[in-house]
Write a protein that binds this ligand. Structure first.
Ligand SMILES: Nc1ncnc2c1ncn2[C@@H]1O[C@H](COP(=O)(O)OP(=O)(O)OP(=O)(O)O)[C@@H](O)[C@H]1O
Ligand SMILES: [Mg+2]
Length: 505
């Protein structure tokens, strides 16, 4: 074994995140580390990379015990990592971030041209067309994720730990990453992959450890020994029930809830037209950088609509921000970027969920604790939020549980129109199914939903119609027939069709 850990224990106030977890990693293998939200995966990754010190247990590298004193210590030992949450220095450029830990120097002086060349090499590995000099603050969530991966690949580490590396990536980008992963393991490297995308896991991993409540329940077995359902049962701890969505017919209505006509934006969109009816789920699909998030932002006034019309229930509107969207138009917006825009990480869970419905929770200007607590309890049950107490700070939740809190806040808000951007990123399979049921239920009650997602199975599961965006334009719209294979082929074809058909010879 190149790396092995056993009996790891880690306690946070009120939570035992790891309770005797073990993991063994062989050279040349891709090892899947699976478990439900809050099972302890990221905590284990952080211990193996020197971010946290364990309260108990041992770690061995090449059969020798090691005690990492910090992240750089683990890096020096040849262990690279892509953490679940982004860790880039936003004021620095893409290139500076990529080579941060091994700046090319000569006589102590950083050599700018070498920094750029080295960064270009890493970006090229991922086929990533980004300006190395661009400040990281200008990147989208997905681009930042790709830069983190490029950074991890910039050093030739023997062990690479990837915690949800493809959470906000589409299939194309994920495929590119996994091609590199295969090349690495082919030359004797070892990779640990944490992911809730089980299709990907089954396609690339060969061995598996499943964590449940901080303990390893399957350890190092070949993945081929299990079916997908068996893996889910192991994560959940019992036989899980499959969820199938009830059939839903969009309400017929004279006025669309949300409609766009020939919209152009400050981000560079042109000629975007589509509408979402009450009771309809409209899926917006596209590759990273297609302009879907920017379109939502422009609609909500975080960028601007420069031409064309946006109407809400038939009335042309110009919205100046997320707060106004909710108050005046009953439009909710689940942002893709939960860490920076979606949550108050330093505030308790109660405040985070209650923020959209304060008017319901206050009496004589005071927040009623009981009302707040019962609201949290409702969503804790519905979405399976794993928390120590409702007063726990949102920033202390596991990644998936933070995402659930940012969803709960908008689901509670009683909107007429809900724009959700990558709603199930990092959410475990069981909760994902529960969330899909909730969304379908809300549509069934007449809510109009604009679903932006890079998760094609999710779009095909939920959407009534699918708009395909590429290069800041809507390339086409497809009715969803629910057949995944057929839909994905039609969508890919639309993405790759040139905008202006070539003239016949
Ligand atoms: N810094 C912290 N302070 C307090 N509690 C924490 C902290 N980090 C993690 N926890 C708790 O430890 C438990 C395990 O969290 P961890 O992040 O390891 O889960 P995970 O398996 O990575 O989940 P996810 O799939 O949601 O990313 C959770 O209950 C979480 O709330
Ligand atoms: Mg995690």
């Amino acid at each position: 074994m190149i790396l092995s850990a056993s009996g790891l224990v880690k306690t946070f106030p009120g939570v035992r995140a790891l309770d005797g977890a073990s993991l063994s990693l062989a050279a040349g293998s891709v090892h899947a580390l699976l478990g439900e939200n809050g099972a302890g995966k990221s905590t284990l990754v952080k211990i193996l990379t020197g971010v946290y010190r364990p309260d108990g247990g041992t770690i061995e590298l090449d059969g020798k015990p090691v005690h990492f004193t910090g992240p750089l210590d683990a890096l020096r030992a040849g262990i690279g990592v892509v953490h679940q949450e982004r860790n880039l220095v936003t004021e620095f450029s893409v290139a500076e971030n990529i080579v941060l830990h091994h700046l090319p120097r000569r006589f102590g002086v950083v050599r700018r041209s070498r920094v750029r060349d080295e960064a270009r090499r890493c970006l090229d590995l991922l086929d990533l067309d980004l300006d190395p000099d661009a400040p990281v603050s200008t990147l989208s969530v997905a681009q930042a994720q790709l830069v983190e991966i490029a950074k991890a690949l910039s050093v030739d580490n023997r062990v690479l730990l990837l915690d949800e590396p493809t959470a906000s990536l589409t299939g194309d980008e994920a495929d590119r990453l996994y091609a590199i992963v295969r090349k690495l393991t082919g030359s004797g490297h070892a990779v640990v992959l944490v992911s809730h995308k089980l299709e990907e896991v089954f396609a690339v991993a060969d061995t598996v450890t499943v964590l449940r409540d901080g303990r390893s329940v399957a350890e190092g077995q070949p993945l081929s020994a299990y079916t997908r359902d068996e893996v889910v049962d192991l994560m959940v701890g019992r036989a899980h029930a499959a969820v199938s969505l009830a059939a839903r017919t969009p309400l017929s209505s004279d006025a669309a809830a949300l409609s766009l006509t020939d919209v152009a934006t400050s981000y560079g969109h042109a000629d975007v037209s589509f509408d979402v009816a009450p009771g309809e789920i409209y899926g917006l699909y596209g590759l990273v950088g297609a302009g879907r998030t920017e379109l939502a932002k422009a609609l909500l006034g975080l960028g601007s609509v420069t031409a064309g019309t946006v109407s809400v229930h038939g009335t042309p509107v110009r919205i100046s921000g997320v707060g106004e969207a909710l108050r005046r138009h009953r439009i909710g917006y689940v942002t893709e970027n939960r860490k920076e825009e979606g949550l108050f990480l330093e505030q308790p869970i109660t405040r985070n969920i209650g923020v959209t419905v304060w008017h319901r929770l206050t009496r004589l200007g005071l927040i009623r604790d009981r009302a707040e607590a019962s609201l949290v309890d409702d969503y804790r049950q519905r979405l399976g939020i794993r928390l120590a107490t409702p007063k726990q700070l949102a920033g202390q939740l596991s990644g998936g549980n933070q995402q659930k809190v940012s969803l709960a806040k908008w689901l509670a808000a009683d909107c007429g129109i809900l724009i959700v951007d990558e709603p199930t990123v990092g959410i475990d399979v069981r909760t994902k199914a529960a969330f899909h049921e909730l969304i379908a239920g809300l549509a069934g009650q007449g809510m109009a939903i604009l679903l932006i997602s890079s998760d094609l199975p999710e779009i095909v599961t939920l959407a009534d119609r699918i708009g395909v965006m590429a290069g800041f334009r809507l390339r086409g719209e497809l009715p969803n027939d629910g057949d995944y294979e057929r839909m994905s082929q039609s969508i890919i074809r639309l993405i790759h069709t040139p905008l202006i058909p070539a003239a016949p010879h």
